[in-house]
Design a protein around this ligand. Structure first.
Ligand SMILES: Cc1cc2nc3c(=O)[nH]c(=O)nc-3n(C[C@H](O)[C@H](O)[C@H](O)COP(=O)(O)OP(=O)(O)OC[C@H]3O[C@@H](n4cnc5c(N)ncnc54)[C@H](O)[C@@H]3O)c2cc1C
Length: 408
């Protein structure tokens, strides 16, 4: 194992977390992370960055727990500050979502996650903007949290660099080089060749592009995620809990005296990864709804019934960006049968910040040929055989996967 050359493509949170885990386990490999722009400047910097455990997909739980362990380590051992706000989350339901919330609470309790019932007045005091009295269930998950995603990604990368990982920015990779059935290196868009035994593709929404040049397909597509930030208002205490409202297809968290809220569209919008520019500034997913107003007005009636002051507080910002969703809700982690040395770390289904540490760890273990700490089989990139990552049917299935999520 020692002496191998490993190239990581992409300096978002996933590339940084893979670099961190490779560096921490340090078996003498030389690790180079290549980022074409600035680290953490793409999807990572846009994320709402909820890093909670309360999820229906139990496959993600150990990955999220690893992220939380990494955050503790980055803060204690590396002196990093990642803006962790452990404010807890209040999940509410009023009608058809009650049974699902009860199931989630039972599942989480069985996994050792703390869950408390909140009275209406208690919930109202914590979330002054929420019509708490109208909710039938108000469950509080005290360990739920959010982070500053740019700080967490930077912390992973700085810690990796302190343990010997090299980083080149402004450096775009154009091809993975292969001889026979194994990877031998990469070529930059400027024509530079770098030898490598292993390439880890952590290129986020663009991750399908390099494997496609080798005839390899990833079962994922970039899908629009978006949220809005209100004006600053006294209804939004700075240390309020996160709110999760499945019946409004919404989540919300404090944002510096304002409220950041995400809405999941009934019909999400996916894009062919080849159409996604390297610089996301100004990129529009949906020409018919460039600034998200249509989505907001479609979601507003349901949200307003939980958030009666929605129309009074004023919207200050709209943020949208690509999250990679897969056709089956699993991630895209690991290698390909028949090609040694190429690994992918992507397909995060809107949970890349929350799962970053676990993804970094499992991909590091796979690269080293070690027994992974979670079963990677459901996440294998080639689990569905060949499915064209740019075909309209695949894009539609990935968009539907986002729309079917319980919240956020
Ligand atoms: C609006 C929104 C809200 C979100 N909210 C949450 C949330 O609450 N919780 C959560 O866990 N997740 C959330 N996500 C998802 C999360 O942001 C992503 O899962 C995560 O950031 C993915 O990280 P990444 O490193 O894979 O991708 P990115 O951060 O996009 O990084 C990929 C990097 O690869 C680089 N790159 C691409 N191609 C090349 C190449 N050929 N050569 C060199 N470099 C290359 C890019 O420049 C980029 O910097 C949200 C996403 C969005 C858009």
């Amino acid at each position: 194992m020692s002496g191998r050359d490993i190239v990581i493509v992409g300096g978002g949170i996933i590339g940084a977390a893979v670099a961190f885990h490779l560096a921490c386990a340090g078996e003498g490999e030389r690790v180079l992370l290549c980022e074409r722009a600035a680290p953490a400047g793409a999807a990572t910097s846009l994320a709402a960055a909820l890093v909670g455990e309360a999820r229906e997909n139990l496959n993600l739980l150990p990955l999220v727990r690893q992220t939380r362990a990494d955050i503790a380590m980055l803060e204690a051992d590396f002196g990093e500050h990642v803006g962790l706000a452990e404010v807890g989350a209040v999940h509410v339901a009023r009608d058809h979502a009650v049974a699902a919330l009860d199931r989630l609470a039972a599942t989480m309790r069985a996994q050792g996650v703390a869950v408390e019932n909140l009275g209406a007045s208690d919930a109202q005091a914590r979330l002054p903007w929420l019509d708490a009295a109208s909710c039938v269930r108000r469950l509080f998950f005290p360990a739920e949290a959010y982070v500053e995603p740019y700080l967490l990604a930077s912390a992973y990368l700085r810690a990796a660099q302190r343990r010997g990982v090299a980083c080149r920015t402004g450096f775009e990779l154009a091809a993975v080089l292969v001889e026979g059935a194994r990877v031998t290196g990469v070529r930059s868009s400027a024509g530079e060749h770098i030898g490598a035994d292993v390439v880890v593709d952590a290129a986020g929404a663009w991750a399908a592009l390099l494997p496609a040049l080798l005839g390899l397909a990833l079962p994922m597509a970039p899908v629009r995620s978006q949220y809005w930030i209100t004006a600053v208002h006294s209804l939004f205490p700075r240390a309020a809990p996160i709110a999760v409202i499945p019946e409004a297809r919404a989540y919300a968290r404090p944002e510096l005296g304002a409220l950041l809220f995400g809405l999941r569209e009934e019909s999400s919008v996916a894009v062919d990864a080849r159409r996604l520019p390297a610089d996301l500034a100004g990129f529009v997913f949906d020409g018919a709804d460039p600034a998200g107003w249509e989505s907001l007005s479609a979601g507003a009636p349901a949200l307003r019934s939980f958030f009666p002051a929605l129309d009074e507080v004023g919207i200050a910002h709209h943020v949208s960006g690509p999250s990679t969703y897969t056709v089956d809700g699993h991630l895209v982690l690991g290698g390909f049968a028949g090609l040694a040395g190429l690994f992918v770390a992507s397909g995060c289904n809107g949970a890349g910040i929350a799962c970053s540490g676990g993804i970094g760890r499992v991909v590091g273990e796979l690269v080293r040929g070690q027994e992974p700490f979670v079963d990677p089989a459901p996440h294998r990139p080639d689990r569905l055989g060949y499915c064209d990552p740019f075909a309209p049917e695949l894009l539609a299935r990935c968009a539907a996967q986002r729309s079917a999520k319980r919240s956020g």
